[in-house]
Design a protein around this ligand. Structure first.
Ligand code: SF4
Length: 405
């Protein structure tokens, strides 16, 4: 039986083929081990899939949903018998996927749900206790077709945990949809080492750790950092300001092993907004984390959201003031407009937040400068147009010119 696993093209990204779609690679390995024939197709550069595939699976991020429906229609027109929706958007909006015409929807770990969906079930939910049972098949696509650099070194990605430490502990940030069911599972250091060795044998010398919050499991992370040092990778990861500050020793060790970039999701430099969105750290902690990483020689990238609940001229001036103070220590800064994802706290309890949005066939994400295509949001102080103006103004003031594309 032939299964075609499809990653949609993502026109909302500046570069569509920077890092490979890992989800389909994990599924490819699981299916092949059960005797299925599998192809992985990235629609970013090819819409050619086997017309005789028995089942197609589409991995869907929320911003992909509109495009995924077009892909579904095209697959059906071309004779696809059964098309399954998987990935984060399927997990947070399963009924929406069924209504759109998908024949089955996966919630949780696709490695556990895929076979039951292939066999005809409609919605299957399953979460594994031990994610070491899963392994990505990096031979299922050509990783060299994807181009991403860490400090000038060609990189590919890996993930060493599923879920977010902050979401598992507190429920998470109020704008975050938590498609992982607020569960947190870690790969063992031994498992991660095997993946690192595989990646090295393919020829990559740099890696991007795609975990939501690296450094949240210091005992294990210390071992991973040691293995990375032995293998000589240059690397980059995502983390949180409070997690970095709490685990300074591991971070210092990591820098000695080649950690050269850290991305921190900051969202706002207003303490009142950070509290409203349950971010779990303060502006002071963000400042300390930036200074700490900068002093270690790490390139620090921070991301901000314009249009958080209660956003006003005052809160945005606080963010601007913070950036005035810290910009010389930042390698890169990103500004996006808040979009409300199904399942997040703001979506579930809209009356609790000073934010208005129209639920629509939202695009969720746009290229910088094209935010007019996003779902309009507003607060009691600022209209959508004013928020867009602020986003553009902050980008113009603070985004390093070389990163504006
Ligand atoms: S936004 Fe980041 S830190 Fe907050 S819950 Fe989501 S993944 Fe975790």
């Amino acid at each position: 039986m032939l299964i075609s696993l499809i990653a949609p093209d993502r026109p909302y990204l500046i570069t569509q083929k920077s890092l490979p779609p890992l989800g389909p690679l994990y599924l490819a390995n699981t299916l092949k081990s059960k005797g299925y024939d599998v192809e992985v197709v990235d629609f970013a550069d090819s819409t050619t899939f086997s017309r005789d595939a028995d089942v197609c699976g589409v991995t869907i991020l929320s911003p992909d949903f509109i495009r995924s429906k077009e892909i579904l229609r095209s697959l059906k027109r071309n004779g696809a018998k059964r098309v399954i929706a998987g990935g984060p958007h399927a997990a947070i909006a399963p009924e929406e996927c069924l209504k759109a015409g998908f024949d089955g929807v996966s919630i949780g770990d696709g490695e556990l749900t895929i076979e039951r969906l292939i066999n005809g079930e409609k919605i299957v939910t399953a979460w594994a206790k031990n994610i070491d049972d899963f392994y990505p098949d990096r031979s299922a696509i050509d990783l060299w077709d994807y181009e991403f650099y860490v400090r000038g070194v060609r990189a590919t990605s890996l993930i060493t945990s599923r879920g977010c430490w902050w979401a598992a502990k507190t429920g998470g940030c109020s704008f975050c949809c938590r498609c992982d069911g607020r569960k947190l599972r870690f790969n063992s250091a031994k498992h991660v080492k095997k993946e690192l060795v595989d990646i090295q044998s393919i020829g990559f010398e740099a890696i991007v750790l795609y975990d939501d919050t690296f450094f949240s499991y210091p005992k294990r992370d210390t071992r991973i950092v040691k293995d990375i040092r032995e293998l000589g990778f240059t690397w980059r990861c995502f983390s949180r300001a409070d997690v970095v500050l709490r685990n300074k020793k591991v971070v210092e060790e990591a820098v000695k092993t080649g950690l050269s970039e850290v991305l921190l999701g900051v969202e706002s430099a207003s303490d009142s907004i950070l509290k409203t969105i349950n971010k779990g750290f303060t502006k002071k902690q963000v400042s300390e984390a930036i200074n700490f990483l900068y002093d270690l020689g790490v390139d620090v990238k921070v991301t901000f959201i314009v249009g958080c609940p209660s956003e006003s001229e005052e809160t945005l001036m606080e963010t601007k003031g913070f950036l005035d103070e810290h910009i010389t220590k930042l390698h890169d800064v990103d500004f996006t407009i808040l979009q409300i994802y199904p399942g997040c706290d703001i979506w579930r309890e809209p009356g609790k937040f000073d934010l208005v949005w129209q639920e629509s066939n939202t695009a969720y994400k746009s290229k910088p400068g094209e935010y007019g295509g996003c779902t309009p949001i507003s607060t009691s102080s600022l209209s959508f147009e004013e928020l867009l103006e602020w986003r553009d103004k902050l980008e113009k003031l603070f985004k390093p010119k070389e990163f504006i594309r």
